[in-house]
Design a protein around this ligand. Sequence first.
Ligand SMILES: [Zn+2]
Ligand SMILES: [Zn+2]
Length: 264
Amino acid sequence: MKVNKKPHLFMLFLWYFYDFFVVFVVFRLLFVYNGIMKKISMDLHTHTAASGHATHDTITDLARAASKAGLLTLGISDHGPATPLACDASYFRGLKLAPKLRYGVKMLYGAELNIISSEGGVDLEDSVLRELDYAFISFHIPTFTPLTKEGNTDAMIAAMDHPNVRFLGHPDDSRFPLDYERLLNAAKAHNICPEINNVSLAPGAYRVNCHENCCTILKICRKLSLPVLLSSDSHGSAHVGDVSYAEDLIEGMGFPDELILNRA
Ligand SMILES: [Zn+2]
Ligand SMILES: [Zn+2]
């Protein structure tokens, strides 16, 4: 009996189609997986209209942008009341009433505190800070007059004692020189992480010498096994989740993934 072993042309076509489809799907999954791995899962340094400058966007606008950017968590960290035109303490007190989930994104509500005195004073009372999810402590002009390197370092270390302080805001600006060894050792002891701030590393940044300072910070963090936070410092929704310059630096230095607090 003769058996026809020639496959039907149509079956051959289906087989090739299936083959290409499988290869396409595998490559697509690898691409997506790689994309997810490189992405951050949360952006905790963002500003709304409540900061009093650079944007009229609301918390809702930022949450929508975070959802589009694929973030799992968004933190709102408006400037403290000492920043000209920023909101007063009542805005921060009210944040405990705000929704914990918007557009499928987990919401955290914090503040970017101004360090306002050489003794580490900040511009929200401890009773308000206790109600927030977290806080950054930062030096800004005009709310702090730069001291010596030792004086700035003393002030920032003293500010670490306020409740819910979790992050050092852009500690990368040579307008406020810092003793990084001493600062980061104190941060580790307080369970506080420095941020690698995307605005600081963007071309034309107004903060000074940030690239070199971030390299120093990363080297010390690696030595101390102290995690860093990548953050956008987005004023408004436009740059929520964008930490591209920070990621370039991290990759360039071969900084370990496991020390990046917000990598997915
Ligand atoms: Zn600002
Ligand atoms: Zn700031």
